[in-house]
Design a protein around this ligand. Structure first.
Ligand code: IVH
Length: 674
C-alpha cells in the first residue's frame, strides 16, 4: 500500500470515530454499537502502531498522555474570564431587568439567552485551525492553570472541530462538571475500596481536573458544557449569544440541551421555575439559572462593572445544603418495624423550607458519617426528597465542643411497644420484633394500605389513621371495612359529614386491581412496579400466594431478596388471616383486562421507560405496551429488552448504554406497535 492510501485510511477512520463519539458523547444518540466503535478504534490504533510517523495529537487515540506532570504551568487569559452577579429573589431580578431596560432605553421586552447555571468549574479551551491547542482553568480570572492534558481526556470535548468552516482561532468557555450518575458511581467504588469519597459533584470535578496524572483524570466521568466564547479570529460570529451556542454545536462542541431564548422578565421567570421543577431529574447538578441579554450589540452597550457583565445575571436556587446542630436523635418505627434514627435539628431554612428533622437512615450510616448528638452538621434537602444529614462539620469539633457530644445508641427495646429490637447480621436495619402488636407498625401498614397508589382511600390521611389506631377502632387493615359512621364521627375534629365521606371512600375502595392490592399489602421491597409485574405474571392472588421462590425469580424486576420476602409474607399465618378477612369483608379484585391485541414483536418483551416522551406520558406509554403484551419494569437490568427514552433521561439511560440494552424513542415504539 502507498503512504497516500494509508494516510487516507487513517483520515477516514479518524473522521468516523470523531463522528461517532460526537453522536455518543455530545448528542447521546449513538448510531453504532460500542463494539463496532471499539473495532474502528482498534483498527486505527493498529495502523498508527505500524506507521507512528502518521500519529497526530488530534487523533482519537491520543486522548490520554503518557507522562504525569510535576506541576501545572500558568496561562494568562488574553480576555479576562469574568464572573456573574447573583440574584436570589424575583424582586432582585425585577430590579436587574429594570436596570437593563433603562440603560438600553427600551420599553420592548428584552430577549435573553437562558441557561442552567452548572455547578462545576469554568475553563477556557482554545482551538487553532480546528485543533485543540490549549486548555486552562479560570483561576483568578486573569491567570489560570494549564490543564490541557486533563481536558483532552474528556470524551465529549473534540480534539478537532467538526465541519471545516471554523475560525483560525476559537476560544470557547464553559463549565467542566461531573454528571450525578458518574459521581455516585465514583463514590460507590471509593467506598467499596475503603477510600475517601467526594463531598459533592463539584468537588469531584475540581479534584479530577487538577490531577497531575492524566491517567487518573481519564478514569473520572467528567463532562463539559460550553456557554460562551473568548477570542475568535478569522470567522464572523452570529449576532446573538444563542446563535453562537448553536454555532458551537455545529463545530461539535457540547452545549447544554436545556438552554433556550426567552422574551422579557416573565420569560426569565418561567424558565427559572421550569428548570427548578426539573432540577432533580437533570443528570447534572445546577445551582440556578443564568440570563444573558441575547443580542451582542446590546451586550456591548451595557458593558461591565468591576468583574461582572451588566448584561448577565445568575438567578440562584435556594441552597440545598445548610449548617445546623443536632439537638437529639430519636428512633421512628416504620411499617416493617424498621427503626430509623431521626435527628432533631435546630430549625434551619434549606431547599426552600424550614427543616427541623432529618433522617439518618440507619445505624451503619450514623457510624459511617461519624455522627454524634451535639454535632454541627450539613443538612441536605434536594427537591421533594426527605431531608438528610449529609455530613458532620468536623472543623466545628473544638476541644470544648467534643466534651459535650453524645453517642447515638440503638435502643434495645422498641420506643413504641417495648418489644425487643432485633438486627439480622446481614442487614443494616434494626427492627422492632413486635409485628402487628406494635402500634407504630400497625399504623404504618394501614397508612400504606390506604395511600393513593395502593387502595386509594380518599380522606384517610396519616393523622386520621393514627387517631383510629390510638382509639382502638382498628388493629388491622381489614378492620377498616367494619368501621361505622358513629364511631368515626366521635373522634376528635371529625363531624358527621366527614365520617360519612370516609365510610363511603372505604366502601369505594373495595374493587382494587390485583396490582394495587398486592402493592397495598405492604410486602417488603415490593413497590408499585414489582407489584404490577407480579400481577401480570400470576394473574390471581391465589396463584401469587402459592408461588415458590423459583417461579418468582422468573418475574421481571424480581431478584432473590424480593422473592424471599414474598414467600415469607404469604407463609405468615397472620398475613393469610388478614387477607381472608379482607376478602370476607367484600374486597373483590378486578380481573385484569385480557389484551385483545397482543403484538408478537412485543409479547413478553421487558421495557423500561425513562425521561419525558414527546407526546405521551410515561403512564400512557406503559398502558400501550402492556396492552400489546409487553412488560414494563422500573429498573434496567440484563433482563431488559428495550429502554424507551425521552428527553432528560438520566441514570437509566446510562445504565442501558452500559449494559448494551437497546434504546428506542417514542417514534420507534410507534413503529413497533404499528
Ligand atoms: S457565563 C461573563 N454561563 O458561574 C459571563 N457561567 O458565577 C461569565 N457558570 O465563572 C460566565 N454555568 O463558572 C456562565 N451557563 C453559564 C454558567 C456559568 C455556570 C459558572 C461559571 C462562572 C460562574 C460565575
Amino acid at each position: 500500500m502507498t503512504t497516500d492510501t494509508i494516510q487516507h485510511q487513517i483520515d477516514d477512520l479518524r473522521q468516523q470515530l470523531r463522528h461517532h463519539s460526537y453522536l455518543y458523547y455530545v448528542l447521546n444518540d449513538p448510531e453504532i454499537s460500542d463494539s463496532e466503535y471499539d473495532r474502528l478504534y482498534r483498527q486505527l490504533e493498529q495502523l498508527e502502531q505500524q506507521y507512528p510517523e502518521l500519529i497526530t495529537a488530534d487523533s482519537p487515540t491520543q486522548r490520554v498522555g503518557a507522562q504525569p506532570l510535576k506541576s501545572f504551568a500558568q496561562i494568562q487569559h488574553r480576555i479576562p474570564m469574568l464572573s456573574l452577579d447573583n440574584v436570589f429573589s424575583e424582586e432582585e431580578l425585577q430590579r436587574f431587568y429594570k436596570r437593563v431596560q433603562d440603560r438600553l432605553d427600551s420599553t420592548e421586552p428584552v430577549a435573553f439567552s437562558v441557561e442552567p447555571k452548572l455547578d462545576g468549574l469554568a475553563v477556557s479551551i482554545v482551538y487553532e485551525q480546528g485543533v485543540l491547542v490549549q486548555a486552562a482553568t479560570r483561576g483568578d480570572g486573569q491567570t489560570g492553570e494549564d490543564v490541557m492534558q486533563n481536558i483532552r481526556t474528556i470524551q465529549s470535548i473534540p480534539l478537532h472541530l467538526m465541519s471545516d468552516d471554523y475560525p483560525d482561532v476559537l476560544e470557547v468557555r464553559g463549565e467542566v462538571f461531573m454528571p450525578k450518575a458518574g459521581f455516585n458511581e465514583l463514590n460507590r467504588r471509593a467506598r467499596e475500596k475503603g477510600e475517601k469519597t467526594f463531598v459533592n459533584p463539584r468537588n469531584a470535578a475540581a479534584g479530577s481536573l487538577r490531577q497531575l496524572d492524566p491517567k487518573i483524570t481519564a478514569q473520572r466521568p467528567l463532562a463539559l458544557y460550553c456557554y460562551g466564547v473568548g477570542i475568535v479570529e478569522g470567522h464572523d460570529l452570529p449576532e446573538t449569544h444563542s446563535e453562537i451556542l448553536q454555532q458551537l454545536k455545529v463545530w461539535g462542541l457540547p452545549v447544554c440541551k436545556e438552554a433556550g431564548v426567552v422574551a422579557g422578565l416573565q420569560g426569565c421567570l418561567d424558565f427559572f421555575h421550569d428548570i427548578l421543577a426539573q432540577r432533580d431529574q437533570l443528570s447534572y447538578d445546577i445551582d440556578g439559572v443564568v440570563y444573558k441579554v441575547d443580542r451582542l450589540s446590546l451586550q456591548k452597550k451595557l458593558g461591565f462593572v468591576a468583574r461582572a457583565p451588566r448584561w448577565a445575571i445568575a438567578h440562584k436556587f435556594p441552597a440545598q445544603e445548610e449548617i445546623t446542630t443536632i439537638l437529639d436523635v430519636e428512633f421512628q418505627v416504620g411499617r416493617t418495624g424498621a427503626l430509623t434514627p431521626v435527628a432533631r435539628l435546630e430549625p434551619v431554612f434549606v431547599g426552600g423550607v424550614t427543616v427541623s428533622n432529618a433522617t439518618l437512615h440507619n445505624m451503619d450510616e450514623v457510624r459511617r458519617k461519624d455522627i454524634y448528638i451535639g454535632d454541627k452538621v450539613i443538612v441536605r434537602r434536594a427537591g421533594d426528597v426527605i431531608p438528610e444529614v449529609a455530613r458532620v462539620v468536623t472543623s466545628a469539633r473544638s476541644d470544648n465542643a467534643i466534651k459535650k457530644l453524645r453517642k447515638v445508641e440503638l435502643p434495645q427495646h422498641c420506643p413504641i411497644c417495648g418489644s425487643d429490637v432485633e438486627q439480622a447480621e446481614t442487614e443494616a436495619v434494626a427492627r422492632c420484633s413486635g409485628g402487628l402488636f406494635c402500634k407504630a407498625q400497625r399504623s404504618e401498614a394501614i397508612k400504606h394500605f390506604a395511600s393513593r397508589k395502593a387502595m386509594d382511600i380518599d380522606g384517610l390521611g396519616d393523622k386520621l389513621v393514627e387517631q383510629l389506631v390510638e382509639a382502638g377502632l382498628i388493629n388491622t387493615v381489614a378492620d377498616l371495612y367494619h368501621l361505622d359512621v358513629a364511631a368515626v364521627a366521635a373522634l376528635d375534629r371529625m363531624g358527621d359529614k366527614s365520617a360519612h365521606n370516609l365510610i363511603h371512600a372505604i366502601e369505594d375502595s373495595k374493587q382494587p386491581t390485583l396490582s394495587r392490592f398486592i402493592y397495598a399489602l405492604g410486602i417488603r421491597e415490593v413497590g408499585e412496579t414489582t407489584a404490577s409485574s407480579l400481577a401480570d405474571v400470576f394473574q390471581s392472588l391465589q396463584a401469587l400466594s402459592e408461588a415458590d421462590e423459583e417461579s418468582l425469580l422468573q418475574v421481571p424486576d424480581v431478584g432473590p431478596v424480593v422473592a424471599q420476602h414474598v414467600v415469607y409474607f404469604f407463609s405468615q399465618p397472620h398475613n393469610r388471616e388478614v387477607i381472608q378477612q379482607l376478602l370476607d369483608a367484600g374486597i373483590s379484585i378486578k380481573k385484569p383486562p385480557v389484551s385483545a391485541t397482543v403484538n408478537e414483536k412485543l409479547k413478553d418483551r421487558v421495557f423500561v421507560i425513562t425521561g419525558t416522551l414527546p407526546t405521551m406520558s410515561r403512564d400512557q406509554a406503559k398502558e400501550k405496551l402492556q396492552a400489546a403484551g409487553a412488560k414494563v419494569t422500573g429498573s434496567v437490568s440484563a433482563k431488559t429488552d428495550y429502554v424507551l427514552a425521552g428527553e432528560n433521561a438520566g441514570s437509566k439511560l446510562s445504565k442501558a448504554e452500559a449494559l448494551g440494552v437497546k434504546v428506542i424513542t417514542e417514534a420507534e415504539l410507534d413503529e413497533l406497535l404499528a
